[in-house]
Write a protein of this length. Structure first.
Length: 383
């Protein structure tokens, strides 16, 4: 007899995309069903589970009640001071995490919801549709419902079922392509190949679902850098995703890939070579209308953003300028960017900000020879 999991209250998972900061977070699954990627430490040591549909529906109802309580109090007083909001949350019998989620949801206009954790589309289609329909009933004004998904899972869903999911309300998917190279995908145990990545992306586009694909510069290491750029660009060209999101490789201590790096099996590149790979990737994008986003602190160039094809040259310009700089100024920028004293390449022209970045380099004992070791150490804190 199958053991019935008791409902233990409202749940939220550990992550969301930066673009979902204002979204209500609803947890449909726990952790990652694959969990073998050598560059990822997030779910290592955890077990993947599907949450019972009834539990997710209860979470939705709980947040709905919290929203009603907050909106009613706001309408009565014309606004709620922080102290009153805190007591309102304590006085109600609603889970505190759900109440805080409702606050954030209201503060951001109640327009977007993000489904956690790593792969909501692994659920049965009927279950996912039921949850989506319940969300739309509770929050009919929501414009966007988003989830992470794995290409391998999406590729197995029929076009008809993807259309059902879209019509039920799921209208944006984030997929961590990371690379379009079969060699790179195999080496990092991604559990998917280039053909499936392309198929999944094309299926989502046909269903009308907005698609964000992620590219990880540096994932192939020095040996596969050129292939990582070219094969990923070719994959993007065949998919034409709505968004291409950049996530530069960083290696926290708990990842299997850092162990390979320490033994010399994986030859991690520094910032300058990774910038060369990113430039080659951008140069190779062709015939698509995707919007490129550099919306993570791991990326060296926050200004590499725009919509293809019109903004292609503008996006490549700061990378080319960086690659023409002297090694010393490259070091100052890389350290300055990683320590938040510089936000973009143009900040080097500000003498005050440049001097601060130079002083940071001196304080860290940075030089051209050890800059990558220093930036690698700093970047571990960002994950």
């Amino acid at each position: 007899m199958k053991k019935v999991e008791p409902y233990s209250g409202f749940e939220q998972g550990p992550i969301r995309p930066p673009s979902e900061a204002g979204s209500l977070l609803l947890r449909l699954t726990r952790n990652c069903p694959w969990n073998h990627c050598t560059f990822c430490s997030l779910y290592k040591g955890t077990k993947f589970t599907l949450r019972p549909v009834e539990h997710v529906l209860k979470d939705i109802d709980t947040v709905h009640r919290a929203v009603e309580i907050i909106l009613e109090a706001q309408s009565e007083s014309g606004g709620i001071p922080y102290s009153r909001m805190a007591s309102l949350g304590q006085d109600s019998d609603i889970d505190r995490q759900a109440f805080h989620g409702a606050q954030n949801f209201i503060a951001n206009g109640m327009k977007s919801i993000f489904l956690q954790d790593g792969n909501s589309l692994i659920m049965k289609v009927e279950d996912l549709v039921q949850i989506l329909e319940h969300i739309k009933k509770a929050f009919p004004a929501v414009d966007r419902i988003t989830s992470y998904a794995r290409s391998q899972s999406v590729a197995k869903i029929s076009d008809d079922d993807l259309l059902r999911i879209f019509k039920a309300g799921l209208n944006r998917i984030h997929i961590g392509m990371e690379s379009g190279s079969d060699k790179v995908l195999k080496s990092v145990k991604k559990g998917v190949n280039k053909a499936s990545q392309i198929l999944a992306g094309q299926k989502l586009k046909r269903a009308g679902i907005e698609l964000s694909e992620y590219f990880m510069p540096g994932l192939g290491g020095r040996e596969l850098s050129r292939e990582n750029a070219l094969e990923t660009a070719e994959s993007m060209n065949q998919i034409n995703p709505d968004f291409i999101r950049l996530r530069t490789l960083a290696l926290p201590n708990a990842t299997p890939l850092i162990a390979s790096h320490e033994t010399g099996e994986f030859d991690k590149m520094g910032d300058v070579e990774t910038a060369q790979e990113l430039l080659l990737f951008l140069e190779s994008l062709d015939g698509i209308t995707s919007t490129v986003k550099s919306d993570h602190i791991l990326n060296l160039f926050s200004e590499v953003e725009g919509t293809l094809p019109a903004d292609k040259e503008k996006m490549m310009a700061p990378i080319r300028e960086f690659l023409k700089m002297s090694p010393r100024y490259q070091m100052v920028y890389c350290i300055g960017r990683r320590t938040h004293s510089l936000s973009r390449l143009a900040d080097l022209s500000d003498p005050v900000r440049r001097k601060y970045a130079e002083q940071t380099c001196a304080d860290l004992g940075a030089n051209v020879g050890n800059m990558d070791e220093i930036t690698d150490s700093i970047m571990k804190r960002f994950i």
